[in-house]
Design a binder for this molecule. Structure first.
Ligand SMILES: Nc1ncnc2c1ncn2[C@@H]1O[C@H](COP(=O)(O)OP(=O)(O)OP(=O)(O)O)[C@@H](O)[C@H]1O
Ligand SMILES: [Mg+2]
Length: 378
């Protein structure tokens, strides 16, 4: 039942329809009344023989006839007005009823959308409104909500995949530790030193993984203080740290570091450069590989490029490498036991700094990773 003051769009639309009908009907009636009143006066009465000089009696008769004619006309006009007002009142009621029905019909898709959206929770995020009908504003709204649901569903699925992968990766070293301890318990003659070494190795890997996860969380939350940072200095620092590793694997590292100022967390950006350089060394050719690191201040901001030789990479696979726990299909080096979080961390850090990571296969094999960050305007 409609309530007053109107609380629903349907009630408001009905009132609007009814109100508009009443106002335009009243205006029409008033105009018609005024026009009729002007036309129903002396003009309607034409006295016979008015052009000849009338006698006194005839004049009186004519005046009486004129007066009664005006009175009759006025009566008729008032009666007509009264009937018109009654008809207008009845039609206003009818128009309110019709308005109520029409408003209900127009708003029906909205009610369906509200009911369906209310049912959707994280358990049935695959449900869509899929509103049928012409391409109007309501369909546009429904399609927009469907798009939002699709993005939400993809995000939730990604989070669930991430949690499952993280749990799996964290369980692996724990299960490995337990297996080693079981073997040691059942075989008292085993060398304890070897066991301790292997346990230490597995434990280090678990700590590395946990730290990578914490780092990812920190970057995603954007909870860090920003300071002016020059990417070229970070590239040199990371290069110095990883140079022994590159030398050990016979990889030549060439650096062309032009100043590339930006703002952000120095520690996180150093981690970004280190991860890219670590990848460029770890996923390089078994012998005679090369790495090129360049930093520059481009028109769009600070740019860091890390390029390396290596195996030929599948162009379809490359864009997925930055997903968490994604490792390349083929391992170039068996001794590199990565967890597949390096590039995910790089991407998160870049995005947290309002930048972006682009990966492209290098012609002839290997990868080119480019990070663009906003320039430092301070
Ligand atoms: N510079 C590169 N050249 C060739 N392949 C690369 C390069 N960087 C990454 N990849 C491929 O992308 C995958 C994902 O890289 P990512 O750094 O995320 O994980 P990871 O290096 O395997 O492990 P970690 O978490 O220890 O870094 C790698 O396993 C590798 O196959
Ligand atoms: Mg890596």
């Amino acid at each position: 039942m409609p309530r007053f003051p109107p609380t629903t769009v349907r009630q408001r639309l009905t009132l609007l329809y009814g109100g508009l009908f009443l106002v335009s009907g009243t205006v029409l009636l008033a105009i018609a009344y005024l026009l009729f009143r002007r036309a129903s006066g002396a003009n309607l009465v034409v006295l016979p023989g008015a052009e000849t000089r009338p006698s006194l009696h005839a004049r009186e008769m004519a005046e009486k006839a004129y007066a009664s004619s005006v009175e009759r006309n006025t009566d008729l006009l008032h009666q007509g007005l009264l009937r018109s007002v009654i008809v207008l009142a009845v039609m206003t009621v009818v128009s309110v009823a019709l308005g109520w029905l029409v408003a209900g019909r127009v708003l029906r898709p909205l009610r369906v959308m509200t009911a369906t959206t209310r049912q959707i929770s994280e358990r049935n995020l695959d449900q869509r409104l899929s509103l049928p009908g012409p391409h109007d504003e309501l369909k546009e709204l429904a399609d927009t909500i469907d798009g939002l649901l699709a993005r939400l569903q993809a995000h939730v699925a990604e989070q669930q995949r991430f949690a499952a992968n993280a749990s799996h990766e964290l369980r692996t070293p724990l299960a490995l530790t337990q297996a080693m301890l079981d073997v040691a318990r059942n075989d008292p003659t085993r060398d304890d030193g070897d066991l301790v070494d292997r346990l230490h190795e597995v434990n280090t890997r678990a700590i590395d993984l946990t730290e990578a996860l914490l780092l990812l969380g920190r970057a995603d939350q954007r909870s860090f203080t920003r300071e002016p940072v020059d990417l070229s200095l970070l590239a040199e620092e990371a290069g110095e740290t990883l140079l022994p590793l590159a030398a050990e694997r016979g990889i030549a590292v060439e650096t062309a570091a032009d100043p590339a100022p930006t703002t952000g967390s120095r520690a996180l950006l150093l981690q970004l450069v280190t991860n890219l350089l670590d990848n460029a060394i770890a996923h390089n050719l078994p012998a005679g590989g090369a790495v090129w690191v360049t930093t520059a201040a481009g028109p769009g901001g600070a740019v860091l490029t890390v390029e390396n030789t290596g195996e030929e990479l599948d162009a379809d696979l490359v864009p997925t490498l930055a997903e968490p726990f994604r490792r390349g299909a083929e391992r170039v080096r068996a001794d590199h036991a990565g967890v597949g979080l390096g590039l995910a961390i790089v991407k998160s850090i870049a995005v947290a700094h309002d930048g972006a990571l682009t990966l492209a296969p290098r012609p002839g094999g290997g990868l080119r990773a480019t990070v663009r960050l906003p320039a430092d305007h301070v």
